[in-house]
Each structure stands twice: as C-alpha cells, then as structure tokens.
Design a protein around this ligand. Structure first.
Ligand SMILES: C[S@@+](CC[C@H](N)C(=O)[O-])C[C@H]1O[C@@H](n2cnc3c(N)ncnc32)[C@H](O)[C@@H]1O
Length: 575
C-alpha cells in the first residue's frame, strides 16, 4: 500500500506544473486553469464540511510517486476526469464516475495547488452511474474519449454542469446575471459521428544532427499509429476508432495499411488526415442507390439521405476538396482545413440559432406597438468557410463574414456561390476580426437590425474585439464556442462592460449593454469531456448604455463590393 511522506518536505519531487495562471489574471480557459477552479471549490467544500484550517491541511502526508492508492470518486471535473479528496489533497483520476471506489497510481503531485494527477488502475466498487460497456477496446488508455462507461443522459447532464460552472468560475458575473442553463442538446449520433480524425505516428529515434544532415531514417518496424495514451506523450497503436464515421473508419484501416507498407519512405513521424466527403446522388432516374463496398477500388459507404443517396468516401489529401451537406446547403472545403466535425448535430444548431436570435421584439408598453426593429442583417465573425453565413442565409437580407485565413475566405466565397447567395447581399472579409467594425457600413448594417454571430477559436475573443463590439452595439449577439470557459469570460465582458480606455473612448459605450437571454451546451463530441456552448445575448436598450445607429468604431465605410470577397488589405476600405 501507499507509503507516506510529509507534505512539501523541501525538495520538489515532482515536476512543477509550468502553465499556471494567466499573467493578466483573466481566464485563458486552459485545462490546468479549469481543473484548478474545480479543485479549489472541492477543497473549500471539504474545509467547510470538516472545519479544517490551512495549518491542519499543511500537516497532510502524501503518498510517494508511483505508489498505488484507493480513492472514493465524488465528482467529475470540467476537464472530464474524476475527482477524489483525501486528507486535504484532491486526486485526479481519469475514466471514473462519481460513486466509484478505485485504485489509482500516483503520477505527479502539484504541491502548490493541492492536487495530484494519477493513472486509473482498477475499479474496486463500481458507481451506480457506470452502466455502459465501453465499445472501444482502447477505453481507459486512449486520451480521446473518457465517458464511454457513462449513460448518454448522464453525459449530457454533466455537460450542462460544465457550462454552469464555467459561468460561475470565469464570467465574473453575479449569479442573477446568468440565466438557468438549458439542457444540453444531444448529438443524434453518439458513435460514428466524427467526420474527421487525425491519427499520427512518431519518427524513429535519431540524432538531431543526423536528421539535419539528411541521414536516412532507419525504422525498427512499423511504429504505433493512433492517438496519445492518456496522461503521456506516447502514441498508442489504434486499429479502429468507433467515434469516426464508417467512411472515416474504413479510411483509417486503409491508411494504416499503406503506412505499414511504405514506412521506409517516411523520414520522420507524420499526422494522417482522414476526412469524410459526401457525394449526393439523386434517387430518381433509375439510380437505385449506392451500396456500401468497393467502387473502382475505393471504399464507399452508401447512406440514405432522404431524396438522395449519400456516397461517402474518406479523403486523405489535405488539399483535395471535401464536400458536406447540412440541410439543403452544400459546403466544399480543402479537406485539411477547419470544418465542424460532427455533421449530425449541425442542423440542430442552426435551427436553434434561427429560433433564438429572432425572438419577437419587445412591445412598447405605452403604445402597444413593437418598439424594436426586426433583425434582418447578420455579421458572422470568425466565419471560417462560411458555415453560419450560408446555413442562416435565408433568415437575413444581408450578411457579412470575416476570417483571418484567406484560404477560408476563398472557401466561404465559393460556398456562397455554390448555394446561390447573391454577391451584393453576402460578402466576406479576409482579415483579423478586429478590422471588422471599421469595414461595417452602419447604413447597411444598422446595429438595431443586426445580429453578430461569434465563433472564435478556443482562446476566445480578445478585449479589443469585445470593445469594438460594445461600441457597435448590435441588437443581438449569438456566441458559439468550443471552449465555454473563454466564452464565459468574453460574455462577462459584454454583460458587465469594460473600463473605458484612453481619451475619446465613450464611457457609456463601454458599459455592459447586454443581458444573457439563453445559455446551453450542444454535445458536438459525445463520449468526450468537451461541450460546445451557445449563448444568446440581447441589447438592453437605452438604460444599458448608448443606443446609437452610427458605429463609433472608426471611419464608417460602405461594404457593397461587386464580388463576395474583400481582400485583407482592403478590409478597412471596402467601397
Ligand atoms: C472555430 S472556427 C469557426 C469557423 C466557422 N464559424 C465554422 O463554423 O466553420 C474559428 C475560426 O476563427 C478564425 N480565426 C482565428 N483567429 C482569428 C482572428 N483573430 N480574426 C478572425 N478570424 C480568426 C479561424 O481561421 C477559424 O476559421
């Protein structure tokens, strides 16, 4: 059993956790930061429950590294790992459930933050929540999916709690400013949903100078091809991944075989791309449909797509074009570039946004008439290849999208054309999101008639963007995010406001103009600890700050170019 050693005995036995708090004191939404918030709250609860003092906790003894320890799991953290508390220390144990008693191996104590990372070894007494038999043989080793032992309803309830905690821990808002978080919307497919997987393999051991000198790599055999082993930097050999779509799983088998046969051609490790692509074939005209199987040497999966048959294949060339359909809309992209990875849930997300961003205007009490104009314009910030612009196009008379990647803007422009969106009402800007507001013509996009959809990368928006958004003051904001922690931080800024900065910045405009109307998670990634957050914000009106029809974000310029796309260099000068 575990040997004991005194806490913090002088020498640091375990590697210090380098990535700690953000230098700005503001959440960066990192795993460490999110875990730490859960650890602190759990320790606080324990302290309140047993009245222990800081000094008493400092007396605690910790087991030696690599020893085994039995633990009672009480909750799952927002990072997806189980948490147990023993003698004032929190133990983080992956692949567990609240109510489990498990044996774990001590990997690393994070002394300054009172938690310990462990490896899961075995269940001694199972939790009543542990009802599912994980279909994946790599469960409890692969870092990909932690929740296969939990029923889906439990996963959804847990993800609701993640959203709730994110707003408690990172928004800085009082509880009264955050609405009750709605139930998480589940994914229609809970396995077989991922349209993209990127397994990888490591290169052979080789001196750096030999590699630089171009010495040919010697492979001792075919290396493991797969995903990271949980808690390590080692790649596990993974033959199959049941969260991938059928076409992607077939592609995985084919690519593994190819790499095995051609390993000598590789000079170093590589990441493999597996991206599903769909061809729609009409059912009429004598075409019966496409059966799954080999067609001209290629693996094809035939699926019923309503009026159509969907021929699904797996693309491995990152520059080749992959096609996806969401409702009646078609999206073409370079296979290696960003597109949402769970096609099955996308129609639910776009329908939800449609239903929620156009909620009826509030009636004017004195006259009984509608006091706010109808929203008819959309700005799609961080638009990628135009998914939201295109999928929501029928709801708006004018849309404009912005993305920092010129390649994404080329795809967005192409996707608008593919879906017959007129170029005078749908435009895209290739630039940093911060350039957006200088390019907006408030005559074409009056704030009171405009919704801004925001879907940034995991790190969220920066304050510069939020500042400009507050100055512009659209009637509604719909914030979609793959990191609910940075989303909570940014929504906190929009609701509570920011300090006015420098001379000339309108203090009123920096006041919180917004209230959160609705908030919930969408389960884009079943079986994993991730949740996509969708927050809908409403401008409060005159009492919340300025309500101006003119942007103060910079020079106002017309945005009505003859084509869909405005080049980055022209972002502020569109005319
Ligand atoms: C999560 S993706 C969303 C894409 C798109 N909304 C979709 O659903 O396909 C985030 C996008 O933000 C873009 N991006 C990252 N930093 C940016 C910035 N500073 N300004 C504008 N776009 C940015 C990326 O190129 C990427 O396309």
């Amino acid at each position: 059993m575990a040997q004991k050693r005194p806490f913090n005995e002088g020498k640091r036995h375990f590697k210090k956790n380098k990535k700690q708090k953000s230098s700005t004191g503001v959440s960066e939404g990192s795993n460490e930061e999110v875990l730490l918030a859960d650890v602190r709250r759990l320790l606080q609860d324990v302290k309140i429950a047993n009245g222990s003092t800081k000094e008493e906790q400092a007396e605690k003894e910790l087991p030696e590294q690599w020893t085994e320890i039995d633990l009672d799991i009480t909750e799952i953290s927002s990072t997806g790992d189980g948490l147990a508390q023993k003698n004032g220390q929190v133990y983080v144990v992956p692949f567990t459930a609240p109510g489990d008693t498990v044996t774990a191996k001590v990997v690393r104590h994070v002394l300054e933050d009172s938690y310990t990372l462990t490896d899961f070894l075995a269940v001694k007494t199972p939790s009543k929540h542990r009802t599912e038999i994980p279909p994946c043989p790599y469960f409890s080793q692969c870092s990909g999916c932690q929740f296969q032992h939990l029923p889906y309803s439990y996963q959804l309830a847990h993800k609701r709690e993640i959203v709730e905690k994110a707003y408690t821990n990172f928004s800085g808002l009082p509880a009264a400013a955050v609405p009750v978080v709605g139930d998480t919307i589940g994914s229609p497919l809970q396995y077989g949903y991922r349209t993209k997987l990127t397994p990888h393999f490591d290169g052979p051991p080789m001196a750096r100078k030999d590699r630089r000198a171009g010495v040919k790599a010697i492979w001792p055999g075919v290396p493991p091809i797969g995903f990271m082993k949980k808690g390590t930097r080692k790649t596990m050999d993974i033959e199959d991944c049941p969260i991938g779509t059928e076409a992607v799983r077939l592609g995985m088998k084919r690519e593994r075989r190819r790499v095995g046969e051609e390993i000598e051609k590789f000079q170093r490790g590589a990441t493999l791309l597996l991206r599903e692509s769909t061809e729609r074939v009409a059912k009429e005209g004598g075409v019966e449909g496409v059966k799954s199987g080999k067609v001209e040497g290629e693996d094809v999966v035939g699926e019923d797509g309503g009026e159509f048959v969907h021929k699904k294949t797996c693309i491995t060339d990152s520059k080749a074009t992959s096609t996806e359909y969401v409702d009646e809309f078609r999206f073409d992209n370079p296979a290696g570039s960003f597109f949402q990875n769970n096609n099955s849930i996308l129609p639910l997300v776009t329908q939800y946004i449609r239903d929620n961003i156009l909620a009826p205007p509030t009636p004017d009490d004195s006259t009984g008439t509608q006091s706010q104009p109808k929203i008819t314009k959309m700005i799609d910030a961080y638009c990628g290849s135009g998914f939201f612009t295109v999928a929501l196009s029928q709801t708006f008379t004018n849309s404009i999208g912005i993305d920092i990647s010129p390649q994404s803007i080329t795809s967005a422009t192409h996707n608008a054309e593919l879906n017959n969106l007129p170029s005078d009402s749908t435009t895209f800007i290739s630039s940093d999101a911060n350039a957006l507001f200088a390019a907006i013509d408030t005559a074409n996009f009056p704030p009171a008639e405009t919704v801004v959809v925001i879907d940034p990368p995991r790190k969220g928006c920066d304050q510069g963007f939020i500042r400009q958004l507050l100055k512009y003051g659209p009637a509604r904001i719909c914030y979609v995010s793959c990191n609910v922690h940075t989303q909570a931080r940014d929504v906190g800024w929009l609701v509570a406001g920011l300090e006015a900065e420098g001379e000339g910045e309108d203090e009123r405009a920096m006041k919180g103009l917004y209230e959160i109307e609705s908030l919930r998670g969408f389960d884009f990634f079943p079986q994993t600890g991730h949740v996509e957050g969708v927050a809908v914000l409403r401008r409060k009106g005159a009492e919340g700050g300025v309500v101006e029809e003119k942007s103060t974000a910079g020079e106002v310029q017309a945005v009505a170019p003859p084509t869909h796309c405005i080049e980055a260099t022209d972002a502020g000068k569109a005319s």
